[in-house]
Write a protein that binds this ligand. Structure first.
Ligand SMILES: [Ca+2]
Ligand SMILES: [Ca+2]
Ligand SMILES: [Ca+2]
Ligand SMILES: [Ca+2]
Length: 216
């Protein structure tokens, strides 16, 4: 904006226009009021408060509109201006720890939580191969419990088969109506399993008669 008169007084009105993706009060605090632009000044400022959240979302925009109370005294240009609210949240699955070494028969636990607030419940289905038992098989995180860690118990199954060390995985498959978590790829917990079985070889006692010399 610029001033052309000896003294101007501008009304400032903040609008959330149709193309705006931000929501008043949830994403920003609307502001309106009167700014004075005294003679000799080249500019002034006003503050817009942006509301922080924990939701991973696209950047959002708000249109800032200036109007003058005395149109003949000043001309407003570049209105509306676009305020872009940059998102600073990142969705993700937290596995802590994300791997464990186990000997057959041993158990371990790890913690699971989400890294950002979902807008719908997130259901995580856990699945493992035949070397591991995992409990529970399902975890549910809601918009109010997403940050509260849940515990998973894993057991390396104890068989009687002599095996080489193997790396098994617990897969975490997400389903949700939340657009970010809905498309989230499966994360895995890795388990390095060592065998506890020993190969046993035995040889039986044997009785053999002396070899008989052939008569001549
Ligand atoms: Ca945030
Ligand atoms: Ca956010
Ligand atoms: Ca075993
Ligand atoms: Ca075994």
């Amino acid at each position: 904006m610029y001033r052309s008169g000896a003294r101007s007084s501008l009304n400032i009105v903040l609008l959330a226009a149709l193309e705006t993706s931000a929501a008043q009060d949830a994403d920003f605090i609307a502001v309106s009021g009167r700014l004075s632009l005294p003679a000799g000044s080249t500019g002034t400022s006003f503050a817009v408060r942006v509301v922080g959240d924990m939701i991973d979302e696209a950047d959002q925009t708000v249109l800032l509109t200036l109007t003058t109370s005395t149109p003949a005294d000043a001309q407003v240009i570049n209105s509306p201006a676009i305020l872009t609210i940059q998102d600073n949240d990142e969705a993700g699955l937290n596995l802590s720890p994300d791997a464990a070494p186990l000997i057959e028969g041993e158990t371990a636990t790890y913690q699971v939580s989400l890294n950002s607030e979902p807008i719908a419940p997130v259901i995580i289905t856990l699945s493992a191969d035949s070397q591991i038992m995992v409990v529970p098989s399902t975890l549910v995180f809601t918009p109010s419990t997403w940050a509260v860690s849940q515990t998973v118990l894993i057991t390396a199954l104890d068989d009687n088969v002599v095996e080489l060390p193997v790396v098994s995985t617990v897969a975490h498959t997400l389903t949700s109506d939340d657009p970010v978590y809905k498309a989230w790829p499966s994360d895995t917990f890795q388990v390095s399993i060592r065998d506890n079985d020993v190969a046993v070889l035995s040889i039986d006692d044997v009785i053999l008669p002396e070899a008989t010399a052939a008569a001549t």
